[in-house]
Structures are given as structure tokens and as C-alpha cells.
Design a protein around this ligand. Structure first.
Ligand code: GLN
Length: 482
């Protein structure tokens, strides 16, 4: 009896220590985030010429270069998170980031929630169709579908006109998907900020023809939470003033919008790989290390939960069951949004996309690992346990020396399977702006408009790495376990 109690106490303590151990580094990291003076900016993933990745994987564009020049002029440090427009605005609302710079229009509605810097650019939105489309004007949109980007002034304008001109609206998270939808013919028109489409057409990636007039012309500004980071706004405004006077502002803008700006888009699988090889490999590396770290944490948590599921203690067993039900019931994308946007808003604790990604993946995988462990233990013949107990071994000794070694062998193929699933699930984390392999692909498409070739390359990369890793673990399994 005493032995049993001790076993229970140790398992409760172990679980507690693990939870604390897993969460502590995150808490420390977030504390660091708050104390050092690096401002965290969120931006769109792809909004060329304002923000996009060049072939070397650097974030460039009018917004990026202006901010860089202003930060140098004013002497502040910053860090950039390419989240996508809607996610960037959400991140600012929930206090995940200090500011948004993303070709963001200063509107009366947004001014209720955010404080804005002075205007650094001005543009309106316009509808466009493919060059060879039959649609000639806004009346021609009748009965057709217009692709928009969620949460943007383009989307607002389309929604306010859809009844008048009788068209449908489909929403996308980023400009890339919007243009892909147009190119494959699901949508017949798009609406977005004029300079962005003009740039896309100019760089030759996509043949667009504008219809109607520019509408909802507005100023672009940097946004911060209302009443927060006022010093950042002051520095931005002062710096903007200085670089306008020095001529640097004009230089930056004409770099992207001048006569000979904009490299022509690459086509073909080979040249895409040649040009973006290093960027793709760094995306792949992020995918690999995030999945490895997550699976290690998930194994610790999952094995503990799996053991609790098979324990005699009703309370612990029940708690483990509830955990598993919750994690299996919630879609991973919802969990990712909750960890990244929800928790900070509720608790004030902040995580970077990487930490939020690791938490999401490991919490989710732990539930499945727990079930693998329970299944493995239950698959060991009950005769084994009876025999061992009748030989005088205690319950925990039976577990450790008789059941677990046999169960572990049964579990291995399922563990490998779970690792593969977790690795593929990293792609979901692109929604919180984690630049892993899938997000890298999206960002490259934003510059090249080569979705067919790019998704093929990304798909093949996943297949290669996953096949390689499963073969490798299969060999290790044969060598050391059997
Ligand atoms: N200017 C538009 C807005 O503020 C679009 C911004 C964007 O898509 N990055 O809504």
C-alpha cells in the first residue's frame, strides 16, 4: 500500500515538474521579450512592392526599407514578423506585437482601435481581371466571383459593391492565394491596392488589366495599439521627416516604383530551385528542427499521460482522458490560433511564432502518443502481468521490468508514424507566420507567381525528407531494438 502511494505521489510530482519544466523557458522568453527594447513589428507575408522576400530570402520592399532607414536615423531596434495582413492586425490587437507596418490604410474605423503614424504613402484599391478576360468594366462583374484578402480595404470595398454589381466575394489570407485563384479561373477578378497590382503586372509575373477607377484612396501608416508605444510613433514620424528631407525617402520609393525597378519573374522548376535553393533549405531546416523539438516534448508528456491512462488512480486517469479528448477534439489550426493569439490576450503572456508552434505541435502530438502508449501496454498479454505478480513482483516492478519492455517494441512503429504526422503538421503553423517549408513556398510564389512549379518542389521536398527519416529510424529500430 505504501509502495503504491509512493508510486502515485512520484507520478504526480513528475507530471507537475514536466509541465513546469516545459513552460518555464517560455515564461522566461516572454519576460525577456518585454524587458528589452526591441520593437516587434508584424507585416504582411507578401505585398510587393511594400514587403516581400527577395531571392536571397531577405525581407525587402518600400515598408521594410523605410523602417530600416528610420530605425537607423532614430536609433531603435526592431524585429520583423511576416504574419499576413489579417493575422498581423490580430497580433497587434492581442498585444503580441508592438506595431504593424504592412501598407496599412489609415481608416476612421481602425483609428478607433489603433494609433497611427503620419502617412508615408497613399494609394487606392482597384479591381483587375486577367488580360485576356472578357470583363471590361464593373458592370461586367455581374454573376462573377471576386477574390479579396481578408480584413483589407480591398475586401471592404468589394463587400460594399457586391450587391450593386451582383458579384460574389471569396476571401483569402494572402495576396498569393488571391492571384492563384484568379489564374486558375475560380475567381474572375481581384481587388487590391493599386500599386501592388501594378507592380505584379510590371514584373511580368501575371498579366492583369485594371477595370473601373481607383477607389477608397487612403494614406498608409504604421499602427500601434491605442495609447501604447507612443514613443515609437514619435520616433517613426521624426525619422520619416528626416529621411524625406535627406532625399532617402524618394530614393527608396523610386527603387521599387521607378522605371527600371523590379526583376523579371523566374519560370521553370530548375531555375526556381537554382534561385531559391538556400531559402527553401532554410525553410526545410525550420520544419525539421521544430518537429524534432516538438516530438521530444510530446514524447515526455505523452508517455506520462499514457501511463496515467493505465494507472489505478481514477482521478489521474480521468484527467489524462480529458486532456486527450480535448486535444483530439480541437483542430490543430484552432489550437495554433488559440496559443498564438488567444493566450496572450487572456493572460498577457507572449510567445514568438516558433514557441507557439512548438507548444501547439507538442500538445497535440502528446495526446496521440498517450493513446499509442496505452494501446501498447494493453496489447501485452494479461498473463504476463499475472505471472509476474504471482512471482512476487510489485505492480510498478511488473510495469517496469515485464510490461513496458514488451509494450515499447509494439509502440515503435506508431511512434515513427506520429513523428511523420507531426512533421507534416508543421505546415499548418504557416498560419501564425512561422516561416517553415510551406510558408517559404508561399513567399517565393508571391515573388514569382509560379504556383504550379513551386508546390511541386515543396511537395517533393517533404516526400524526400520524410522518406529519408522513416528509413533511418527503421534502421535504428532494427539495429538496437530487435
Ligand atoms: N491597404 C490595405 C489595407 O490597409 C491592404 C493592406 C495589405 O493587404 N497589406 O487594408
Amino acid at each position: 500500500m505504501m509502495m503504491k502511494d509512493k508510486f502515485r505521489l512520484t507520478s504526480i510530482l513528475t507530471v507537475l515538474m514536466m509541465v513546469v519544466g516545459v513552460l518555464l523557458p517560455f515564461a522566461e522568453l516572454s519576460a525577456q521579450d518585454q524587458t528589452d527594447k526591441t520593437y516587434v513589428f508584424a507585416t504582411d507575408t507578401t505585398f510587393a512592392p511594400f514587403e516581400f522576400q527577395d531571392a536571397e530570402g531577405n525581407f525587402v520592399g518600400i515598408d521594410m526599407d523605410l523602417l530600416d532607414a528610420i530605425a537607423k536615423d532614430q536609433g531603435f531596434d526592431y524585429e520583423m514578423r511576416p504574419l499576413g495582413f489579417n493575422a498581423a492586425v490580430q497580433a497587434l490587437e492581442s498585444g503580441q506585437v508592438d506595431a504593424v507596418i504592412a501598407g496599412m490604410s489609415i481608416t476612421d474605423e481602425r483609428k478607433q482601435v489603433f494609433d497611427f503614424s503620419d502617412a508615408y504613402f497613399s494609394a487606392g484599391v482597384q479591381f483587375a481581371v486577367l488580360e485576356n478576360s472578357e470583363i471590361a468594366d464593373l458592370e461586367g462583374l455581374s454573376g462573377n466571383t471576386v477574390a479579396v484578402k481578408t480584413g483589407t480595404s480591398g475586401a471592404d470595398t468589394a463587400n460594399s459593391l457586391k450587391e450593386e454589381y451582383n458579384f460574389d466575394v471569396t476571401q483569402f489570407e494572402d495576396s498569393v492565394n488571391m492571384y492563384e485563384d484568379l489564374q486558375v479561373g475560380n475567381a474572375q477578378a481581384v481587388i487590391e491596392d493599386y500599386p501592388v497590382m501594378a507592380y505584379a503586372a510590371q514584373t511580368g509575373g501575371i498579366d492583369l488589366r485594371f477595370i473601373g477607377e481607383q477607389m477608397a484612396v487612403s494614406d498608409f501608416g504604421v499602427a500601434v495599439q491605442k495609447g501604447q508605444n507612443a514613443e515609437l510613433i514619435t520616433m517613426f514620424n521624426d525619422g520619416l521627416n528626416n529621411i524625406r528631407l535627406s532625399g532617402e525617402y524618394d530614393e527608396i520609393v523610386s527603387n521599387y516604383l521607378g522605371e527600371d525597378s523590379g526583376a523579371s519573374a523566374t519560370t521553370g522548376v530548375i531555375s526556381l530551385i537554382q534561385e531559391n535553393g538556400t531559402t527553401l533549405l532554410s525553410g526545410l531546416w525550420t520544419t525539421i528542427w521544430i518537429s524534432v523539438v516538438s516530438i521530444v516534448i510530446a514524447m515526455i508528456l505523452g508517455i506520462t499521460l499514457g501511463l496515467l491512462r493505465t494507472s489505478d488512480n481514477r482521478l489521474l486517469e480521468g484527467l489524462a482522458q480529458i486532456y486527450i479528448d480535448i486535444m483530439r477534439g480541437v483542430p490543430m489550426i484552432v489550437l495554433a490560433f488559440f496559443v498564438y493569439f488567444g493566450i496572450p490576450q487572456i493572460t498577457g503572456l507572449q510567445f514568438s511564432a516558433v514557441i507557439a508552434g512548438i507548444i501547439t505541435l507538442s500538445l497535440n502530438a502528446a495526446a496521440y502518443i498517450a493513446e499509442i502508449v496505452r494501446g501498447g501496454i494493453q496489447a501485452v498479454n494479461t498473463g504476463q502481468s499475472e505471472a509476474s505478480r504471482s512471482l512476487g513482483l510489485s505492480r510498478s516492478q511488473t510495469m517496469r521490468h515485464i510490461i513496458l519492455p514488451q509494450a515499447f517494441k509494439i509502440m515503435i512503429p506508431s511512434f515513427i508514424n506520429q513523428f511523420v504526422i507531426t512533421m507534416k503538421d508543421t505546415s499548418i503553423l504557416s498560419v501564425i507566420g512561422l516561416v517553415e517549408l510551406t510558408q517559404t513556398g508561399r513567399i517565393i510564389i508571391a515573388r514569382t507567381y509560379q504556383s504550379g512549379a513551386m508546390w511541386l518542389i515543396v511537395g517533393v521536398m517533404y516526400i524526400l525528407i520524410i522518406t529519408l527519416l522513416t528509413r533511418l529510424s527503421g534502421n535504428i529500430e532494427k539495429k538496437y531494438i530487435y
